[in-house]
Design a protein around this ligand. Structure first.
Ligand code: LHQ
Length: 258
């Protein structure tokens, strides 16, 4: 079985982390496969929304610790530079909406890969652990970038040092994730979110991601200039024409993602 499953249907790329017996912990093969699947979703014009989730009970337990403790452990340098950093930059630079559905525990790099996605939702049984301190490491995979920006410096700092297990409900309450769904709501909610996104103006989403990717570095003037440039691009899409026409004609828009 592949350690990552990619299924494309109804204009949605479904990416499933698939090492359930290891709680979907990442080894090198799996990290490279995830990068390849993200590339496929980026270049495949049919795909207009991506959903990342985990098979089995867990979402992802981060690095497969067996891989870093064996006879020929992968070097740390290689792991960040070749495995996790390219995953995070791909997710942020992929100009389509990426939903992460956290189905169970998300620990270490697994938590931080989830947190860099555009919309993070969770099953009520999910949890988030900055597990790094428990094994003497620092948070990586963008954790020190995204978590303080999501929940504030103080809470991020505490979670990173204490390695507390945060429930999905707490995560939603502190702004770490978008929403948590009960077992009965979960499947329908995922379907609704992804189907809606896949029918919306895809190019405008890509431009929105570009704007959001710079929001924490730019000053107001720079961000206003960036919005101006990106809005100009959005205004030259077919979907903008369609959106305005549909409004004037009092009908639902039929966006094509072009
Ligand atoms: C695992 C793992 C795992 C292998 C569960 N590996 N098997 C970057 C730079 C370089 C090196 C290191 O890493 C990084 C990035 C990182 O991600 S560092 C953080 C690495 N991850 C962790 O430290 C988390 C380790 N796992 C846990 O703390 C627990 O397993 C959690 C809290 C995720 C789940 O706890 P439980 O629900 O009690 O499940 P469990 O511990 O019984 O695990 C279930 C199975 O999954 C078990 O296998 P077994 O054969 O005994 O049933 C675990 O060995 C396996 N597993 N995480 N990371």
């Amino acid at each position: 079985m592949p350690s990552i499953i990619l299924e494309i249907k109804n204009q949605i790329g479904y990416i499933s982390l698939n090492r359930p017996e290891k709680y979907n912990a990442f080894n090198r093969e799996m990290a490279l496969e995830l990068q390849a699947c993200l590339d496929e979703c980026a270049s495949n014009e049919y795909v207009r929304c991506i959903l990342i989730t985990g098979m089995g009970k867990a979402f992802c337990a981060g690095q497969d610790l067996g891989e870093v403790t064996g006879e020929q452990p992968a070097t740390f340098d290689k792991i960040l530079v070749e495995h996790y950093n390219p995953i995070i930059t791909r997710i942020r630079n992929l100009l389509k909406p990426i939903v992460c559905a956290v189905n169970g525990v998300a620990a270490g790099a697994g938590a931080n890969i989830a947190l860099c996605c555009d919309i993070v939702v969770a099953h009520e049984s999910a949890s988030f652990i900055q597990a790094f301190s428990k094994i003497g490491l620092i948070p990586d995979s963008g954790g020190t970038y995204f978590l303080p920006r999501l929940i504030g410096f103080q809470k991020a700092s505490a979670l990173m040092m204490l390695g507390d297990k945060i429930s999905a409900t707490e995560a939603a309450q502190m702004g770490m994730i978008y929403k948590v769904f009960s077992e009965t709501e979960y499947a329908d909610a995922l379907m609704k979110i992804t189907t809606t996104l896949a029918q919306m103006p895809t190019l405008a989403f890509g431009l929105t991601k570009k704007a959001l990717n710079h929001t924490f570095e730019n000053n107001l003037e720079q961000q206003l200039q960036l919005e101006d440039k990106l809005q100009y691009a959005a205004a030259h899409t077919d979907d903008y024409q369609e959106g305005v026409s549909a409004f004037i004609e009092k009908r639902n828009p039929n966006f094509k993602g072009k």
